[in-house]
Design a protein around this ligand. Structure first.
Ligand SMILES: Nc1ncnc2c1ncn2[C@@H]1O[C@H](COP(=O)(O)OP(=O)(O)O)[C@@H](O)[C@H]1O
Ligand SMILES: [Mg+2]
Length: 226
């Protein structure tokens, strides 16, 4: 069974003269453990596709399947859909969406406590992961005091702490130098290879895609090579 799939996904923004068809009949299937990159020019639909796959902004037409559960069309996300997303999908947005009044460790631990892990254990696991991302010294500070690169790595930590079955990352290395970028990609690769996560990464940087299984190119709302 695939980890995540998009079938005939179309996404339309606006209507009439301002209508934009951001995704046009997109099909994409990613198996557990597979590493997939999405490349393509600005405005080609990469972020829209990740948002559709994550059920944050469902497609206008077509279906998303996550872990065997299928959601079609633009039905408003149900409680069930939201639980599916929380349990199965880790998302790294271009804007990091960190919670400003929680420390770095608390931002990461929150994902676990929302999923029922006791607070002490959640914080311990959060600190461990922050250590592996070279952020241990920042664990007790607030997001606003972190550099752009540190915020990006914190967003990565929060997305992966729960061992999600699916990881969706929108340019997760954009604010990082080469070495830290490679460390983040290495972590995503390990989550795929060792834990069986399906990983979909949007990136502009081919150098970061060592060891990826598929590189898809998006053009004008379509995947050109799929
Ligand atoms: N919320 C929105 N409302 C209207 N148009 C949007 C919205 N989000 C994206 N678009 C349009 O959809 C197209 C694809 O955008 P996007 O998915 O952000 O591209 P990419 O991530 O590849 O740069 C663009 O033409 C963009 O202007
Ligand atoms: Mg984008």
């Amino acid at each position: 069974m695939s980890a995540i799939a998009a079938e005939h996904v179309t996404k339309v923004f606006g209507r009439g003269e301002t209508e934009v068809v951001a995704l046009k009949d997109v099909n994409l299937t990613v198996e557990p453990g597979e590493l997939v990159a999405l490349m393509g020019p600005s405005g080609s639909g990469k972020t829209t596709l990740l948002r559709a796959l994550s059920l944050i902004d469902p497609p206008s037409r077509g279906c998303i399947t996550i872990g065997g559960q299928q959601i079609c069309g633009d039905a408003v996300a149900t409680v069930d859909d939201r639980r599916l997303r929380r349990e199965k999908v880790g998302i790294i947005f271009q804007s990091y969406n960190l919670i400003p009044f929680l420390t770095a460790a608390e931002n990461v631990a929150l994902v676990l406590t929302l999923n029922g892990v006791p607070r002490g254990e959640a914080l311990r696991r959060a600190r461990e992961l922050l250590q592996s991302l070279d952020l241990a010294h920042r664990a007790d500070t607030y997001p606003a005091t972190l550099s752009g690169g540190e915020q990006q790595r914190l967003a990565v930590a929060r997305a992966v702490i729960n061992n999600p079955a699916v990881i969706l990352a929108d340019e997760p290395t954009a604010a990082l130098d080469t070495e830290r970028g490679k460390a983040v990609m290495g972590l995503l690769r390990r989550l795929g290879r060792e834990r069986g996560a399906a990983v979909i990464v949007v990136t502009h940087d081919e150098r970061m895609l060592e060891g990826f299984d598929h590189i898809y190119h998006m053009v004008d709302g379509r995947i050109a090579n799929n």
